[in-house]
Design a protein around this ligand. Structure first.
Ligand code: ACO
Length: 318
């Protein structure tokens, strides 16, 4: 991936918010209707419960509104909305158009579909818009996977859920937050994870698992190299929340201890495009991130896509 040109205008995150489906579904709830158990789900995935409900637009509006309020930004000041989702409410128009109207934004809006890598793709796009002159961009990652999950298929039903996370990115003339980035895709692997239009998610779990670890680590190493920092310098890794064992394996290969990983998987399951922003927002709300800290966002998903970004919180002075 190309390096960020020196002199390109950077951006910093100034507000954030999240939203979850209104209904909580526990492993015990699933074990009552599927041939599975609480113990199996916890041991093989790390998930205890997940949230289901709402539409992609309604969850995006909720998280987006919180992010705008926290940033103290009037909706009319936003120059662009980038909504990462793999479950739009309709084929046409883009769900971002519905969200743009509901939030009172007066700007361009578009969806990005890169599955579970979507939020990182969207963040990188937003930084590009800011480098080209935009001053304030709202970035949202939302998915309502429950609507495309076959609730009689234990291979997928124990994993997927609904949620949304949002950030406001504002141009910074004093330092850039994004130090390095990488996006990747391998369309030849789409057969391992897909949903036909109007259909449910089909997945070869073992193959996805195997590839996920490899492509997350590969993407993360490219972003770290572009940023010019080492894995040891990271304060926080915000990985896609798909399976605790994938996160453990990727962290181990990167040489990052698990206590540096942001984890919300236990309580939210796999929310695809919402997964990384939900974990990021949780860490920010808990005060885990301080000025100057190095963060790695890294995801993988259907496509098969991978994306990563190294951020320095508050922006780098150099
Ligand atoms: N409950 C109980 N038993 C189960 C369940 C279940 N829910 N699912 C599978 N099993 C059984 C299998 O039938 C198998 O039984 P067998 O040994 O008698 O044949 C056994 O458990 C082991 O099955 P595996 O498939 O080997 O289980 P594994 O440890 O690989 O875990 C899982 C399966 C959780 C799906 C894992 O492979 C995984 O997480 N894969 C990656 C999924 C992922 O990250 N997807 C990303 C999608 S993101 C996007 O873009 C939407």
């Amino acid at each position: 991936m190309p390096n960020i040109p020196s002199g390109a205008r950077g951006a910093v995150i100034t507000g954030w918010g999240s939203a979850l489906g209104e209904n909580t579904v526990t492993n015990e709830d699933l074990a009552r209707v599927l041939d599975t158990s609480n113990e199996w789900i916890i041991e093989r995935t790390g998930i205890l419960e997940r949230h289901v409900g709402g539409s992609t637009a309604s969850l995006s509006i909720e998280s987006g509104r919180k992010a705008l309020q926290m940033a103290g930004v009037d909706p009319t000041e936003i120059d662009a909305l980038v909504l990462a989702t793999t479950t739009p409410d309709r084929s046409v128009p883009a769900t971002s158009a519905t969200v743009q109207n509901a939030l009172g934004l007066k700007c361009g809006a578009f969806d990005v579909n890169a599955a579970c890598s979507g939020f990182v793709y969207a963040m990188i796009n937003a930084h590009g818009l800011i480098a080209m002159g935009a001053r304030k961009v709202l970035v949202i990652g939302t998915d309502t996977l429950a609507r495309i999950t076959d609730w009689t298929d234990r291979n997928t039903a124990v994993l997927f859920a609904d949620g949304s996370g949002a950030v406001v990115l504002e141009a910074s003339d004093t330092g850039s937050q994004l130090l390095g980035w990488d996006i990747d895709a391998d369309g030849s692997a789409e057969k391992y994870l897909y949903a036909e239009l109007g259909g449910n998610i089909k997945m070869e779990g073992k193959e996805v698992f195997r590839r996920a670890v490899r492509i997350m680590v590969d993407s993360a190493q490219k972003s770290l190299a572009a940023a010019g920092i080492t894995a040891e310098q990271l304060t926080l890794v915000v990985p896609h929340q798909a399976n605790i064992r994938i996160i453990q394996a990727a962290c181990e290969r990167l040489g990052v201890p698990m206590d540096k990983a942001a984890l919300v998987l236990q309580h939210v399951g796999n929310t695809s495009s919402a997964s990384i922003p939900l974990a990021l927002v949780d860490s920010l709300d808990r005060g885990r991130v301080k000025q100057g800290d190095y963060l790695l966002l890294v995801g993988f998903g259907a496509g098969m896509t991978a994306a990563s970004a190294v951020l320095q919180w508050g922006g780098s002075a150099s």
